[in-house]
Design a protein around this ligand. Structure first.
Ligand code: SF4
Length: 149
């Protein structure tokens, strides 16, 4: 049985391995976002990073992602205050807001993602790859803002 470390430790107290294991691999943070210059409001789009695997939701080159995609952001405990751009279902955002992990999270399902996909909480079947002829403003969507327990 897995130790429920996320219930006993704060995000800042977690080991690197524990921190990494919190990521559900939904892929939503790899969607392009647009920000209104006047209101700062963030809009999610269905356009994703070139490295995102559209079926699994994983990064296809995780070790080299910062080299290949210079504006890829690394989530770290000391960035906690800036997590509001993450989707509401993101484990890091949920824990930072005291909401716990949802029942479909892979850590509660033997490391498997099937319940996450079944709950429609991943990017699977809903995204397009970025490209020179594609304007993310034409692909603004609301589904990344959905969350279920
Ligand atoms: S949104 Fe959060 S949980 Fe989902 S892939 Fe990104 S970092 Fe991981």
């Amino acid at each position: 049985m897995i130790e429920r470390f996320w219930e006993t430790k704060s995000l800042k107290e977690m080991s690197q391995a524990e921190w990494e294991s919190l990521c559900d691999g939904c892929g939503k943070c790899c969607l392009h976002k647009l920000q209104d210059e006047d209101t700062d409001e963030i809009y999610h789009t269905a356009v994703c990073c070139e490295l995102l695997d559209l079926r699994s939701g994983d990064c296809s080159d995780y070790p080299n992602r910062f080299k290949k995609v210079p504006d890829c952001l690394q989530l770290k405990p000391d960035n906690l205050d800036s997590f509001n751009w993450l989707p509401p279902s993101c484990a890091y955002r949920r824990l930072s807001e005291g909401r716990g992990l949802p029942s479909w999270h892979p850590l509660l399902n033997g490391g498997k993602k099937h319940k996450m996909h079944a709950a429609d909480m991943s990017i699977r079947h809903k995204t397009v790859k970025e490209g020179p002829d594609l304007d993310p403003a034409d692909f603004i969507v609301l589904w990344p803002l959905e969350d279920v327990d």
